[in-house]
Design a protein around this ligand. Structure first.
Ligand code: TYM
Length: 334
């Protein structure tokens, strides 16, 4: 019998320009996993619109993210790269799962709680429901593994719960997916406030390195990154800023934390920061050049997301039909 590869699904939403956090916590791992798995990498545009976006920004970022996936080394021939809104089964499966989700479990999602606190009464209902759409994304493809950063693990637990509930209520339908969270780089922190995660939507632009930041901007941001007055390069909780920079360096170069600590012993922060900045620049610069090239070739990008949508539509519709049938919806007459 043919040895079928296990399935990976993951995605990034075009709600802001991608950061080093998105790259180190997600994309860099996808590149490593792509040969071993049958992978679906999606630009999840429907997730981005849970908060108000300028339409032109959504369009620009959607294509840019696709270009970043390819430029970072994801082979579009071997993997399925697509845009979420091109595959209507996601929205529909999301509704079917919504009808089996509980208000209680949804209100416990910490990302929603954080955002609700800031938004009050006018918080969008999409923000509340969004983890169900994410569950639909994953479950439609029989996904075994979902490589994400730490902040998405709770959403995946919900996806697992929804899958198990559906399987129990009707009959086995979904593979129950596992999160894949890398040992280093799963939570890159803000450079200005290293107690907060580096985020796309960050108000303070110096706190997050954008994937498309020019080298001089990266160097400036790293040189201004908050450290402390201890003056030692140690991976300890009392030094969250330094700890974060060590994590970044280690995730990029593959050096262990201990190796990094030893290398900078007795040296203060200047050389260390320079080396962190150079590591980031040499990792991102070739990707940026490739992204720019790809964005000049819209026909090529179009051919990738067209082929991706065809494959994704085929696979996801099969799962959606199963769901509909089991729930009791009459199949469309042929
Ligand atoms: P999003 O778009 O916020 O982030 C995309 C990926 O980047 C990771 N990430 C980070 N990793 C390390 N450090 C950080 N500071 C950091 N910030 C973000 C995220 O964990 C994520 O892996 N809901 C998801 C998108 C999504 C999805 C899916 C993911 C929709 N459907 C299905 C996997 C499977 C989101 O908002 O990610």
């Amino acid at each position: 019998m043919e040895n079928k590869k296990k399935v990976i699904f993951s995605g990034i939403k075009p709600s802001g320009d991608l950061t080093l956090g998105n790259y180190l916590g997600a994309i860099k791992n996808w590149v490593k996993l792509q040969d071993e798995y049958d992978c679906y990498f999606c630009v999840v545009d429907l997730h981005a619109i849970t908060v108000q976006q300028l339409p032109a920004d959504v369009r620009r970022r959607t294509l840019e993210i696709l270009a970043i996936y390819i430029a970072a080394g994801i082979d579009p021939e071997k993997n399925t790269l697509f845009i979420q809104s091109h595959v209507p089964a996601h929205s529909e499966a999301s509704w079917l799962l919504t009808c089996n989700a509980y208000m209680g479990e949804m209100s416990r999602m910490t990302q929603y709680k954080d955002k609700a606190q800031k938004g009050g009464e006018s918080i969008g209902a999409g923000l509340f429901n969004y983890p169900i759409l994410m569950a639909a994304d994953v479950l439609l493809y029989g996904t075994d593994l979902v490589p994400v950063g730490k902040d998405q693990v709770q959403h995946l637990e919900l996806a697992r719960d929804l899958a198990e509930r559906f399987n129990r209520l009707y009959s086995p339908t979904f593979v129950v997916p596992e999160p894949y969270v890398a040992k280093t780089g799963a939570k890159i922190m803000d450079l200005q406030d290293p107690t907060k995660k580096m985020a796309k939507s960050e108000e303070n632009p110096n706190g997050s390195i954008q994937l498309m930041d020019p080298p001089e901007v990266i160097r400036r941001k790293v040189s201004r990154a908050v450290t402390d007055s201890l003056g030692v390069v140690k991976f300890i909780d009392e030094q969250p800023g330094v700890k974060n920079l060590i994590t970044i360096l280690s995730t990029i170069t593959g050096e262990t934390i201990e190796e990094i600590e030893n290398k900078y012993e007795g040296m203060g922060y200047a050389q260390f920061k320079t080396d962190v900045a150079e590591a980031i620049v040499s990792e991102l610069e070739p990707i940026q050049n490739k992204v720019k090239e790809l964005l000049n070739n819209k026909t090529y990008l179009e051919s990738i997301y067209k082929a991706g949508a065809e494959k994704a539509n085929y696979v996801s519709m099969k799962t959606l039909r199963k769901m509909q049938k089991k729930i009791g919806l009459i199949p469309v007459a042929k």
